[in-house]
Design a protein around this ligand. Structure first.
Ligand code: KG4
Ligand code: ZN
Length: 348
């Protein structure tokens, strides 16, 4: 037996994760759900920036062009062959249907050709699972705030793959609010990282934007009122002939989002008495949100978890990790696995 084969034999359960729900084509090889051997992400941001947001048809076409090379690169970087794989995990919802279909079709094709078990993964379950990759000691139960471009969910992670949703957004997702406000103040797409950066030079208390409240659901979120308040502010300033201070608007808007997210999340932590809290999703990269959540956890004496930005954004490693725990529970998908654009969390 040569060294290479010997090394492979010692590996644990090896899963290829594939993600294509929005504008990242991604693939990764993860061992035993926690060790990342490779994490290849091909972002389409440059293309969609030309249009000020993700164009679904273009996203699907780019996924088709890139998916095979991204998978090949992830396998090469991990020094893994298809024979080494125990399963292939793939995002099958929620997301853009045409985009999801590309990853699902690629995963099904490899699974069918090589007889490798297939595991369909929920995208939000993937985001939550990124925390297991970043913190090997983390085990459920804990409370997780998932904030991305399409979702804002406050969730109790009872066990691997077992979730209770405490609250969600009733209108715009947190990331969507960042993207829309960024466009309105001329920062362009993608809005979240640009507002994050601009806000560092602004005053968070410069403009008193509202904190979105939902009267009959204490853990739900609403960001459309805040978005309208920013637009009204911009119009009023324009009509009065005043210059807009972009960093101040960015910092004040961001502070409103952060206050709303952290206050709701900590109310849940206090009510349910969990000693661990985690952030997940693209918006979890936000500096102000990370700092505020970390501080709130420190004040309560509870542990704070947040993946590094490369695992907050859409990636294949989080899908492989979630797929590992599903696989261990016996979950297997058939070749009738389809893309489900509005797949609810916790349902298969
Ligand atoms: O999780 P993700 O990569 O894709 C979805 O599942 O939607 O999240 C993308 C979202 C975008 O709305 C983007 O503007 C936002 O995450 N985002 C941020 C930051 N980085 C990405 N929002 C605020 N601050 C950031 N640093
Ligand atoms: Zn995502």
């Amino acid at each position: 037996m040569n060294d290479q084969a010997g090394k492979r034999m010692k590996r644990g359960l090896t899963i290829l994760g594939i993600e294509s729900s929005c504008d990242e084509t991604a693939a990764s090889v993860v061992v035993d759900g926690r060790t990342i051997l490779s994490n290849e992400i091909s972002s389409q941001i440059d293309i969609h920036t030309l249009y000020g947001g993700v164009v679904p048809e273009i996203a699907s076409r780019k996924h088709v062009e890139r998916v095979n090379q991204v998978i090949r690169k992830a396998m090469q970087d991990a020094d893994t062959t298809l024979d080494d794989l125990d399963a292939i995990a793939v995002t099958y919802g929620p997301g853009l249907v045409g985009a999801l279909l590309v990853g699902v079709s690629a995963a099904k094709a490899i699974s069918f050709a090589r007889g490798i078990p297939l595991v369909g993964v929920h995208h939000i379950e993937g985001h939550i699972s990124a925390n297991f990759l970043a913190a090997p000691e983390l085990e459920p139960p804990f409370i997780c705030l998932v904030v991305s471009g399409g979702h804002t969910h406050l969730v109790i992670v009872r066990d691997y793959g077992e979730y209770e949703i405490l609250g969600r957004t009733q209108d715009d997702a947190a990331g969507e609010a960042f993207d829309k406000v960024a466009r309105a103040i001329g920062l362009g797409y993608p809005g979240g990282p640009k507002i994050d950066r601009a806000a560092r030079d602004g005053r968070a208390d410069a403009i008193a934007f509202p904190r979105g409240k939902v009267s009959d659901a204490k853990y739900d979120f609403s960001f459309s009122g805040l978005k309208s308040a920013v637009l009204n502010y911009l119009n009023t300033q324009k009509m009065q002939g005043n210059e807009i201070c972009v960093p101040d608007v960015a910092a004040s808007f961001q502070q409103s989002v952060v206050d709303t997210l952290v206050s709701r999340a900590m109310a849940a932590v206090d009510e349910y008495h969990y000693d661990k809290f985690a952030l997940a999703g693209g918006v979890a990269s936000n500096t102000a949100l990370r700092n505020a959540a970390k501080q709130a956890c420190r004040e309560r004496g509870i542990s704070f978890y947040c993946p590094p930005p490369v695992l907050c954004t859409d990636n294949g490693a989080m899908i492989a990790c979630a797929g590992y725990y599903e696989y261990q529970k016996g979950t297997r998908s058939g070749y009738d696995l389809n893309a489900i654009p509005n797949l609810p969390l916790g349902e298969r």
